[in-house]
Design a protein around this ligand. Structure first.
Ligand SMILES: Cc1cc2nc3c(=O)[nH]c(=O)nc-3n(C[C@H](O)[C@H](O)[C@H](O)COP(=O)(O)O)c2cc1C
Length: 400
């Protein structure tokens, strides 16, 4: 049976539940190893949940682990010092509403293309710090038996243009408390995403300050390394799309890549910002969809890099994940995908979680799935033997 027919059969066959265990099945059937890495940790497959409203309680994380994700990034915590003070307190507000909407591309290559975006009001973790630690701990526990990696995300103090001091006590307290929780349950270095929120991209006073942003990107790795647990942290910087020309995106990425004591990895790239759109009485909203992936892919294509990369931004198909893979990304993290309407999923909803249905779509879809993209590509130019996803993420950029 050729691979096209096999994939079509599998897509139908698995619409009532994925094969278990998933990765060995794919390796045996298609000769493709999904193994990859996130923050230097092995992950069984490259698909993960991005930080946000879908990873803010232990139940959600447990369902993701059961469904088969490779990793999950928890909702962003707003850092605090030992006295409970938060310099980024304005971000610690709960979500009140989320709306999933269709959106049409406006950038030239994707003009008129239909996609999806989630509009919402709300920002970071709004409950107590101690509750986040409990949530982190429970999440690691429930994910462990399914070999899913759990990653905390934090928004620490970032000085405004007129400020000269960094609030180091927030960096110390928050990082060391998270690490203490990690270390009681897991071995090795703790992965940590530092969120540079897209909301900042729309803040006039910040986003016009190119030097301020570059200073943040250069200083944060040192601030984390200088904490008492710094040597045990694998730091990822989640880069946002600034309200600037694409050249500035490259300047930000280069500031991270060429820093002498640089971060361990980059997450690229958080959402775009529309200063004119209003939602629930708030003017200016972050958005995704075809323009987001088009901008991200175009910037990544122009960026020769050696720092490991995790992709985010409009990954609603496996074919899109493959485009990020071709630009060197070793993992893919999604938010909007898990909120698409039921009609976007072929797997039946009564027998499966939303995450399992998303994985079915991402992997097995016979025309825009990840396996289709890989098998089609392997047919045209054979890969180095025994390649897994991690090796392919290095192989593709080396082709030039
Ligand atoms: C409702 C919502 C909440 C989000 N909250 C966070 C957050 O707390 N921290 C963060 O780093 N990113 C957050 N994001 C950004 C996502 O993690 C993701 O990077 C972004 O939405 C792009 O991926 P997507 O196109 O698959 O949605 C949020 C996104 C949405 C839609």
């Amino acid at each position: 049976m050729n691979w096209h027919t096999r994939l079509l059969n599998d897509y139908e066959r698995f619409s009532s539940g994925l094969p278990r265990p998933l990765e060995p099945y794919i390796l045996e059937t298609y000769g493709i190893s999904l193994a990859s890495e996130y923050a230097g940790h092995r992950i069984k497959n490259p698909f993960g949940k991005a930080s946000g409203q879908l990873s803010l309680n232990a139940h959600q994380v447990q369902r993701d682990a059961e469904a088969g994700l490779g990793f999950a990034v928890l909702k962003t915590l707003i850092a605090e010092n030992e006295a409970g003070a938060q310099s980024m307190k304005a971000w610690a507000i709960p979500a009140t509403k989320m709306t999933v909407e269709e959106i049409v591309g406006t950038r030239e290559p994707v003009r008129g293309q239909h996609g999806w975006t989630v509009t919402w009001k709300g920002r970071g973790w709004s409950e107590r710090f101690s509750d986040y630690l409990k949530f982190f701990s429970r999440s690691i526990e429930s994910a462990g038996s399914h070999s899913m990696l759990v990653v905390p995300s934090v928004k620490y103090h970032l000085p405004k243009p007129e400020e000269t001091q960094w609030n180091r006590s927030e960096y110390e307290f928050t990082t060391s408390e998270l690490y203490r929780t990690w270390h009681t349950l897991r071995e090795g270095c703790m992965p940590l995403e530092k969120d540079f929120s897209p909301t900042l991209a729309g803040d006039e006073s910040f986003s016009r300050e190119r030097e301020t942003i570059l200073n943040w990107l250069r200083s944060v790795p040192d601030l984390i390394r200088e904490t008492s647990v710094g040597k045990d942290i694998r730091l990822g910087l989640k880069i946002f799309n600034a309200a600037q020309h694409d050249d500035f995106q490259l300047e930000m990425l280069n500031a991270v890549e060429h820093h002498p004591r640089r971060a361990d990895y980059v997450i690229y790239g958080n959402r775009l910002f529309d200063p004119n759109k209003s939602y629930e009485g708030v003017r200016g909203v972050a958005y995704g969809g075809p323009d987001l992936s088009d901008r991200n892919l175009s910037v990544l294509s122009q960026w020769p890099h050696t720092i490991p990369l995790s992709a985010t931004g409009n990954i609603v198909t496996g074919a899109m994940a493959f485009e990020y893979l071709r630009r060197g990304c070793t993992s893919f993290q999604m938010h909007t995908l898990f909120q698409l309407p039921d009609s976007e999923f072929a797997m039946k909803s009564n027998s499966s979680s939303r995450t399992e249905r998303a994985l079915h779509r991402l992997l097995f879809h016979p025309s825009h799935g990840f396996l289709h993209a890989l098998l089609h590509d392997r047919e045209r130019h054979p890969w180095p033997s025994g390649s897994n996803v991690l090796e392919l993420a290095h192989y593709y950029p080396s082709l030039g």
